[in-house]
Design a binder for this molecule. Structure first.
Ligand code: GUN
Length: 273
């Protein structure tokens, strides 16, 4: 069965829209886009569109790829101080001459709607409640919960250890009492680990999940999205091979992607003062 991220994201966005209206929430999301990365441009546009749809004010600040690190840091300081701005998101990747960690660390944790600052990451890691959870893993948890997929005691395999998906995903699954294995480019016998997991979450950007699952109740979540040699959008999972052997699987597109946006909007509608 398909885990329909598109459908759930629509439901969440409608819910948020109503809540923002009823509670008269005044949220303002500022997205900083540095340079001309074509994917980043599309992501940022989609975030703005979703924000406007649900009644969150959004501003895109475009900066040239030659902007200095200091200029960017100054802009973030300004936004931190501006009480009308409730969320700040710096779209990644940044140009090479800019220290990404320094930039992320400059964002006020209470406006860090990506959940990437050390305070929010650290809180998650020691089992405290962060101000914000990273959007993609949070969206995946929302999707698993929607379909009542049990996490407690489940053998969950997370493939990929990025700060944006893999690491926070593993922390969030641990918080829900799953038994978590993290796999990455040095992992031995990946296929054996994939086959026997209850839940596989792949966030690599390459076709790494290409075997049948042993457990008929297993769940496969595909975070990857890229174009194959023929230009078609595809994910980490060989859908045609894997899907007949599982209980639930996410499509690409229409699975994790829309959930990331809905989850980010959930964050952007949270206002801390
Ligand atoms: N680049 C790819 N994914 C993300 C994300 O979730 N947040 C930001 N800021 N940049 C990204």
């Amino acid at each position: 069965m398909i885990l329909d991220g598109k459908a759930l994201s629509e439901k969440i966005l409608e819910h948020l829209k109503n809540k923002i209206q009823e509670l008269n929430i005044k949220a303002h999301l500022v997205v900083i886009l540095v340079g001309n990365d074509p994917s980043s441009r599309i992501y940022v546009k989609n975030k703005k569109k979703a924000a406007e749809r649900i009644g969150i004010k959004s501003t895109i600040i475009e900066m040239s790829s030659t902007v200095s690190e200091n200029e960017l840091l100054q802009k973030i300081d300004e936004l931190n101080e501006d009480s009308n701005v409730t969320g700040i998101l710096v779209q990644l990747p940044l140009p090479e001459h800019i220290n990404k960690n320094k930039v992320v660390q400059a964002i006020s944790p209470k406006k860090d709607v990506d959940g990437f600052t050390p305070e929010n990451v650290g809180k998650l890691a020691i089992g405290l409640e962060p101000y914000f959870y990273p959007a993609t893993p949070q969206g995946i948890i929302m999707l698993l919960d929607e379909y009542n997929i049990p996490l407690e005691g489940a053998d969950a395999l997370v493939i990929g250890r990025s700060n944006i998906v893999g690491r926070p995903m593993a922390q969030m699954l641990l918080k829900r009492n799953a038994t978590v294995t993290m796999a990455h480019s040095y992992t031995k016998n990946l296929e054996d680990k994939i086959k026997t997991a209850d839940i596989v979450i792949s966030a690599v950007g390459k076709k790494v999940v290409r075997c049948k699952m042993v457990n008929r109740n297993s769940v496969v979540i595909d975070v990857g999205i890229f174009r194959d040699s023929s230009g078609k959008l595809t994910g980490d999972v060989d859908f045609d091979l894997v899907s007949p052997s599982v209980k639930y699987i996410t499509p690409v597109p229409g699975g994790v992607g829309p959930m990331t946006i809905a989850s980010l909007m959930y964050n952007a509608s949270k206002v801390y003062h």
